[in-house]
Design a protein around this ligand. Sequence first.
Ligand SMILES: [Zn+2]
Length: 297
Amino acid sequence: MDKQNTISKEVTLEGINVFNGKTNYVTFYPAEDNTGIVFLVKNDKIEANLDNARFYRPLKWLMIPHTIALQGERERAIKVEHTLSAFSMLGIDNMRVILSDGVCPRYDWGVSRIVEELEPLIVPQTKDRNYLTLSSDIKEGDGFVQRGQDTLHVENDEGGVTYVVDFPHKAIGSQVASIAMDLSSYKDKIMHSRPVFFTPFGNKLLLRLFNKFHGIRDKNTVIIGTKRRPTYLNDFFCDGYDKDLLVKHKILDVIGELRLLGNFKDTKFSFEKTGHEFDLYAMRTLRDRKCFVPYEG
Ligand SMILES: [Zn+2]
């Protein structure tokens, strides 16, 4: 059986708070066996689990990509999905995460900095890791959740995630990507993929405002122009035009969301055209249908 993991020493990373464009910080601290992932915001301890998770999209920031927050007793930890995605693939079970302003920073090039900084520090602990897997008792159809066009399908298979996007933008269109749940594929294909920003009216002048007030930059965001524009507004910045960037980032997101349920073995998740709000609903639905049971090895 694999052992639980933490890191050997604390690490602080700097990034940008996308809600105000200011520099912010996160510090990762080692934690004891069975602590889980715990965010600390003004001394409020907030456990990373599905019960605490909320879809987060304040009206004031309508133009800013939607995220997931974890609600504590008094405070909340905002935009946690990318951090949890990196933890999931690094196999980190126990960690204390201190956020300087309650929001997980946005970094250049996806979560590659988290992975590169933490991977060399990972240390096994004494207790066994817990995994979930799909129950063999579920009825036909229980592994499928749909609402409008959004679907999530879970099946017993080699573990992994598949995502399908379909946006009526020439730069995106239909995209499909799959990955096995292993760190080398994640490092290779997923961890660098930046979040996407749809520029209102495709207007480059407005982009300056979003740059100033939300810290949206070429290195940290894929910037989409009008529906008719066949490439990204900042594709000059990429190593050529990589059409799959959006679907790869969606995979990064859902791996972080799934970490709120637990770690999985032999379970394949297929998402189609979903967003954070649906994903939380779908994961809760699957859990309530008792789709998942402890993996016995
Ligand atoms: Zn994201």
